[in-house]
Design a protein around this ligand. Structure first.
Ligand code: BGC
Length: 710
């Protein structure tokens, strides 16, 4: 539709119609109800009103949505099509590994491919908008939603944000196979105090801008169509009614001109926060703050029209919000084709197609992280191998935001092993408490694959824990298995980094398997048996224990930094009982064979005004298998007007190396990449001394100093 036609449409709409465009309801409101006794009754709606709302949450399926669209358009006075939005977080029917694992791919191309195939399936099922990517920084694995984020680091999450938005939306959302993306949860939802979901966020201005806001900004720069507000407060104000955050920062500073949607009932919840007096007050505050769509509260529905009629709210605010919703519908091409790609034929053609299955398997291999290997891996396929633990036969390892996933297609680890090594001599013990006979059998095997950790149930929304230790039953199982067979490879499943110091100490090999999606176990089996070389890197540090949380490699120097010694030192910043550093740091992950790095070379030691320094290393694959190496650049600004982090990821390049091959990897260092928020919150760089490192992970010591001229 042309812009002037869209404008005329808006002008022709009644106040009621406009307010309804800003309401989003879930599928439960669209039954064929004669008498209203369900959700619609609670929201004081008549039977037809749900059909006149602007968007629907959480419904999918081509036939179903075509039918619902017909019914909604028939009842909307101007025949305006509805938007269908859903949580397609790591895949639709084919679930790919969870986002924390996607982050661990350390590979923006892989992330983009995943989003692109997820979009194809969702679009075929009639979905127009996905509530993804979630790029909240996560540094505290007590929070169950770590699983949904791509990790702890602003640079990595920004890369992932861009790649995922591009994968979902392409360069034109109206094109076949594309859906609009919604970055969430704005802002800093990943930093609830004490890791408890929905808790307040206490965050200083510098940390907010320097770290937490960056990935959302990257998504906005990538052209994301929607932004979802967060449940938490910032500066004691709920994000959904936080005018400074939504109008000044998001729309003003970041230049976002798309649709802002509240999280589920987040406008209503400002009453519980005690920052809105009643629903009308909440509606007024949210609309004034710039929140366009009210997801699943009746605040807008029940108050907006009255507030305008009584002169309490400016109709212009309503018009602005409705305009943005209409523009989104138009950009998706819904006025011409209200079903977009939703058709049973497309569903048949796309869902679970060969390409999707292949990527599901490859993503499983490329996002699992090899944490330790004394040489036992890869396993040979001639020996007898015990496969132990309930998780080896559990189908619930897909990930908790896989509401549409076809779980009948989930490949368990057991089935994956049988498929990847068809002649393997496996002894399957699918429980966590083997009998003495089973233990005796495990004892005589050449090796053991033991699965511990969590399936998808204890992670995700609201699943916070105070203690991230591996559960006692699995620790006991590990000890028992190790006591009868030392050749035990441990796979750790789960959506959050779990503390596994005992396993790290004793097991000869450990793989962080995350929650690998529908077909990811095939990829994990591939790496266990050396059919693929592991290449995943930790997108979140794995701590020794809960007491270290929150933790990130990107710490700050204190006034009493710890000297480089092991053990506790009094009157400096350290713990008496655990080290300061994590068990495994951000960026860490092994392969079969080592990537050897030459010392860093710099094209110059001084960065002149407007100039560039090229920093290079030679990377050699020292092993016998092809390798994918994520080469990481870290920089430290030694002194500044505010305290600067000990190091920050500033560059990432993926190289593929054949056995014994060497490649030169270079990064350009220029002034804009050294900018930060100075003491007065200006985004600038400051001259002085810097150090850069290029290496395998955030602990690399392969560094060189350089100077930046004023
Ligand atoms: C979650 C969002 C999600 C929304 C819609 C909320 O509870 O916080 O991430 O997109 O529900 O399902």
């Amino acid at each position: 539709m042309k812009t002037d036609e869209l404008q005329r449409l808006l002008e022709d709409m009644t106040l009621e119609e406009k307010a309804e465009q800003l309401v989003q309801l879930h599928g439960g409101f669209f039954g064929d109800v004669g008498t209203i006794t369900g959700p619609a009754a609670e929201f004081s709606m008549d039977a037809d009103q749900p059909y006149r709302t602007g968007s629907v949450l959480g419904e999918a399926g081509a036939e179903h949505l075509r039918d619902l669209q017909d019914r909604m358009m028939a009842k909307q006075p101007h025949g305006i099509p509805a938007l269908f939005m859903a949580d397609v977080i790591h895949g639709y029917k084919t679930a790919f590994p969870v986002p924390i694992a996607i982050g661990s791919g350390f590979d923006a191309e892989l992330a983009e491919e995943i989003a692109s195939l997820a979009a194809e399936e969702a679009a075929a099922a009639g979905v127009h908008v996905t509530f993804s990517p979630m790029v909240d920084l996560v540094r505290d694995s007590r929070w169950g939603r770590c699983m949904e984020s791509t990790g702890e680091d602003p640079y990595l999450n920004s890369l992932m944000a861009k790649a995922l938005v591009k994968g979902f939306q392409g360069d034109d959302v109206s094109k076949p196979g594309k859906v609009a993306a919604c970055v969430k949860h704005f802002a800093a939802y990943g930093a609830p105090v004490a890791g408890r979901d929905y808790n307040v966020t206490e965050i200083c201005e510098h940390t907010l801008f320097e770290d937490y806001l960056k990935p959302y900004r990257a998504a906005v720069e990538a052209g994301v169509k929607l932004v979802m507000t967060a449940f938490n407060t910032i500066d004691r104000k709920p994000c959904t009614t936080n005018k400074r955050l939504l109008r000044d920062v998001l729309r003003g500073d970041m230049g976002f001109d798309g649709v802002v949607i509240s999280d589920y009932n987040a406008i209503g919840e400002t009453l519980n926060h005690g920052s809105s007096y009643d629903k009308a007050d909440a509606a007024k505050k949210a609309l004034e703050a710039g929140c366009d769509i009210d997801m699943m509260s009746d605040c807008y529905l029940g108050s907006v029209v009255r507030l305008i009629r009584e002169g309490e709210l400016d109709e212009k605010l309503l018009d602005e919000a409705v305009w943005r919703v209409l523009v989104l519908k138009n950009e998706l091409g819904l006025f011409e084709n209200p079903y977009k790609d939703g058709s049973p034929e497309n569903e048949k053609r796309v869902i679970f197609s060969e390409r999707h299955r292949e990527l599901g398997r490859r993503a499983g291999a490329e996002t699992a992280v090899l944490l330790k290997n004394n040489g036992i891996l890869p396993l040979g396929d001639s020996g007898k191998i015990a496969v132990v633990g309930e998780l080896t036969q559990d189908t619930r390892i897909v990930g908790s935001w896989s509401i549409f996933a076809d779980t009948s297609k989930t490949v368990t680890l057991k089935n994956a092993l049988c498929e990847v090594v068809p002649n393997g001599k496996f002894v399957f013990v699918g429980n966590d408490d083997p009998t003495d006979e089973e233990m005796a059998e495990i004892g005589v095997c050449d090796a053991v694959i033991l699965a511990v950790g969590e399936n998808e149930i204890p992670t995700g929304e609201s699943m916070s824990v105070a203690d991230i230790s591996l559960n006692k039953a699995h620790l006991r199982l590990f000890e028992r298995v190790m006591s009868c067979n030392k050749n035990t490879v441990v796979l750790v499943f789960g959506g959050r980094p779990l503390a596994i110091p005992e396993i790290a100490e004793k097991a000869p090999a450990i793989v962080e398997a995350w929650l690998p999606g529908t077909l990811g176990c095939l990829g994990i089996a591939d790496i266990l048996f050396g059919k693929k070389n592991p290449c995943g890197r930790l997108s979140m540090s794995i701590p020794y224990c809960s007491g270290q949380l929150p933790i990130s490699y990107s710490q700050f120097m204190t006034g009493r930094p710890k000297p480089k010694t092991d053990g506790f030192v009094r009157y400096v910043s350290n713990y008496m009982d655990v080290p300061n550093h994590p068990l495994y740091p951000f960026g860490y992950g092994l392969s079969y064979g080592e990537a050897k790095y030459s010392p860093v070379r710099l094209s110059a030691d001084v960065l002149k005004k407007g100039g560039v320094i090229t920093a290079s290393v030679d990377v050699t694959n020292d092993g016998g298998m092809e390798m994918k190496e994520a080469v990481q650049l870290y920089i430290r600004d030694v002194k500044g007007s505010v305290v600067r982090p000990v190091r920050e990821l500033k560059g990432l390049k993926t190289v593929r190396l054949m056995p014994h091959e060497t490649k030169t990897v270079s990064f350009e260092i220029d002034e804009p990449m050294l900018r930060f928020y100075d003491a007065d919150m200006n985004f600038v760089s400051e001259p002085g001394e810097f150090v850069l490192w290029i290496g395998h992970d955030s602990g690399t010591e392969n560094g060189r100093g350089f100077r930046v001229e004023g």
